[in-house]
Design a protein around this ligand. Structure first.
Ligand code: AQP
Length: 341
């Protein structure tokens, strides 16, 4: 029997090349070897305010992006999180097993709470952290519990994620182990799959910050739907480091980041990349990088238009049915073990 994968992305903002290289690219690479479940996590999206109309549209757009990236609906199960109500139901049960302290410690919660709720300062969570205001949404705190439910419902072996989600996966493992200890063996304890290269693509404007959908500086990210002109401009404006060599030097993070994007999209080894650009200046390097990104994204953007509404609908309906057949078994077991049913 094939081992199982679960992963997902939020239908918020614009997906960027970091989301692709850190996650989607690996989903495609792993779909032959594993029984794969790729979810559009719309319930996660509402942990921050969303426009309902835009959210509905973005949910379908994201399904198209999965398909255009190469997720094959004949091999992998693609579905919308809210079409499988077991995700929300298991979240409640796992919430009752979660501790405030462990949720308050999550880096993403601390970052997002800080950014979104600027205001009066106060100390929060027994830790040396100050937040902007007392009205941080509970959904933001509960986010990793919902993520744990997503993964554990499918008795998942492996979770392909970028570096930023590693801490959430560790919490998922803790919750699975705690539940198994207290109620008997119920969940498989999943392993993360974090790619050795590309797990954290950095902002083009600040190599100390990860490329991020919510970055206010749009020049920091290359979005999957950017046109050729915009991509070229963004790469030309990307910050560089002092020095002239083009190599993977930890002390020159801006060039290392650009070269990593080049490496992953050109399918060259690290040594081949360094050799290829030996003696080149930054201008030439950036020009070739821009061409590589544009050439990669052109057919991708064409493929997005391939699926009309009825065929997309059929894929998502079939995906939800398959997902539910597995998720409902796990939830039934959880309800029996906890005395709910
Ligand atoms: N910069 C990145 N490099 C590599 N992988 C990344 N991922 C996110 N950013 C990078 C991975 O992409 C997957 C889908 O993530 P998501 O939809 O949950 O994205 P997100 O966290 O909303 O995306 P951002 O850009 O990180 O958004 P904000 O700005 O809201 O924080 C995940 O596997 C993630 O690890």
């Amino acid at each position: 029997m094939k081992k199982r994968i679960f992963s997902g992305a939020q239908p918020t903002g614009e997906l960027h090349i970091g989301n692709y290289l850190g996650a989607l690219k690996n989903w495609v690479a792993l779909q032959d070897e594993y029984e794969s479940f790729y979810c559009i996590v719309n319930l996660h999206a509402i942990t921050l305010p969303q426009d309902p109309k835009i959210l509905r549209q973005k949910t379908l757009d994201l399904a198209r992006i999965y398909l255009a990236a190469g997720v094959d609906p004949e091999k992998a199960t693609i579905f919308i999180q809210s079409d499988v109500p077991e995700h929300a139901e298991l979240t409640w049960v796992l919430s009752c097993q979660s501790r405030m302290g462990e949720l308050e410690r999550m880096t993403q919660f601390k970052d997002k709470a800080k950014v979104k709720f600027k205001g009066e300062q106060l100390t929060f969570g027994g830790e040396d952290v100050t937040f902007g205001a007392p009205s941080v949404g509970f959904g933001l705190l509960a986010y990793p519990v919902l993520m744990a439910a997503d993964i554990l419902l499918y008795q998942t072996d492996l979770v392909p994620i970028g570096q930023d989600q590693k801490q959430h996966l560790e919490l998922t493992r803790d919750l699975a182990e705690r539940f198994n200890r207290d109620f008997g063996d119920t969940f498989k304890v999943p392993e993360p799959f974090i790619p050795p290269v590309g797990a954290k693509i950095m902002s083009l404007q600040d190599p100390a910050k990860k490329m991020s959908k919510s970055d206010e500086n749009l020049n920091g990210s290359i979005f999957l739907l950017d046109d050729a002109d915009t991509i070229t401009k963004k790469i030309k404006r990307a910050v560089t480091d002092s020095g002239t060599d083009i190599n993977f030097d930890e002390t020159r993070p801006a060039i290392k980041n650009l070269l990593t994007i080049y490496q992953l999209l050109s399918a060259k080894t690290a040594d081949e990349c360094v050799e290829h650009f030996a003696g080149s200046g930054y201008g030439d390097f950036k020009g070739q990088l821009a061409e590589t990104v544009v050439e990669f994204l052109r057919p991708f953007q064409e493929r997005i238009k391939e699926y009309d509404a009825p065929s997309l609908d059929a894929i998502l309906k079939k995906g939800a049915e398959k997902a539910r057949s597995i998720a409902s078994e796990t939830l039934q077991d959880v309800y029996e073990k906890t005395g709910i049913k």
